[in-house]
Design a protein around this ligand. Structure first.
Ligand SMILES: *Cc1c(COP(=O)(O)O)cnc(C)c1O
Length: 231
C-alpha cells in the first residue's frame, strides 16, 4: 500500500473511532474532549506512525522499551508525544525517561524508584499511571486492587515521578459489557487521587471504557488493522 493510501485509511478509521467515542460520551453525559486517543503502533513501521500523526493522533503508544527507543530516535517528539504503555524492566527505565511523555504501566515501587532516579538525573518529572490488575487472568502485572491505596501512598514520596492516574488491561472477552465492572472498579479505586486520569479501553472495549470514565483509550488494531505478530 502506498503511503497516501495508508494515510487515508488511517484517517478514515480515526473518523469512525471518533464518532464511536462521541456516542459513548453522549450516553455517559461526558464531554468528548475529556477522552484522548493513544494510537498504539507496536509492530507497525514508522509510516504508520507518520500516518497517525498526519491524521491528527498526537499521542503514540508503544509497549516495548526497545521498539519505543528505536522509533522515537527516528521520529522524536514534536507535534506528537510518545507513551510507554507496556510492562517495563527496571534496567530499561532510562529509555522511558528519555523518550516518553508518560508511562502507563507502573507496577512496582522498585520500578518507581528506578524511574524516579533517572528522571531526577534528567531534570524532569515523569507522569505515570499505576497499573492495577483488575482481572487476574489477563496479566500478571499490576497491583492488586486492595494494594492500591498503600501503593499510592508510597509512590507519593517520589519527587520526579508524578502519579496522574490508574491504568488497566481488561480481560479479553466476547462481549465488552462483561468488562464494565472492571472499568468501574478502576474508576472507584482512582477516587482518592485528585483529578485522576484513567488509562483504560482498547480496540475491543473502548466504548464501555469511555462510558465508565476513561480519559485515555489505547487503540491499536481498530485504527491500524490487525497486527501480524504478538499482542
Ligand atoms: C497492544 C496494546 C493496546 C492496543 O491493543 P488493541 O487491541 O490493538 O487496540 C493497548 N494497551 C496495551 C498495553 C497494549 O499492549
Amino acid at each position: 500500500m502506498s503511503y497516501r493510501d495508508t494515510q487515508s485509511r488511517v484517517a478514515e478509521q480515526l473518523g469512525t473511532v471518533r464518532s464511536r467515542i462521541e456516542r459513548s460520551c453522549r450516553r455517559a453525559f461526558r464531554r468528548v474532549d475529556e477522552v484522548s486517543i493513544i494510537g498504539v503502533t507496536k509492530t507497525w513501521p514508522l509510516d504508520i506512525v507518520r500516518a497517525a500523526i498526519a491524521a491528527g493522533i498526537h499521542d503514540i503508544g508503544e509497549n516495548r522499551a526497545q521498539e519505543l527507543a528505536k522509533k522515537a530516535e527516528e521520529l522524536p517528539a514534536g507535534v506528537h508525544r510518545w507513551h510507554m504503555i507496556g510492562h517495563l524492566q527496571r534496567n530499561k527505565a532510562k529509555v522511558v525517561v528519555r523518550h516518553a511523555a508518560s508511562f502507563h504501566a507502573l507496577d512496582s515501587v522498585r520500578l518507581a524508584r528506578a524511574l524516579d532516579r533517572h528522571a531526577s538525573e534528567a531534570g524532569r518529572v515523569l507522569d505515570c499511571f499505576v497499573q492495577v490488575n483488575v482481572s487476574s487472568e489477563t496479566t500478571k502485572f499490576g497491583f492488586d486492587p486492595h494494594e492500591v491505596p498503600r501503593a499510592l501512598d508510597e509512590l507519593a514520596a517520589f519527587d520526579s515521578i508524578r502519579v496522574v492516574g490508574l491504568m488497566t488491561l481488561a480481560a479479553p472477552v466476547e462481549d465488552p459489557e462483561d468488562v464494565r465492572p472492571q472499568f468501574s472498579l478502576l474508576r472507584r479505586l482512582s477516587e482518592s487521587l485528585p483529578d485522576a486520569q484513567l488509562s483504560m479501553g482498547m480496540s475491543g472495549d473502548f466504548e464501555v471504557a469511555v462510558e465508565e470514565g476513561a480519559t485515555h483509550v489505547r487503540l491499536g488494531s481498530v485504527l491500524f488493522g490487525r497486527r501480524r505478530s504478538r499482542t
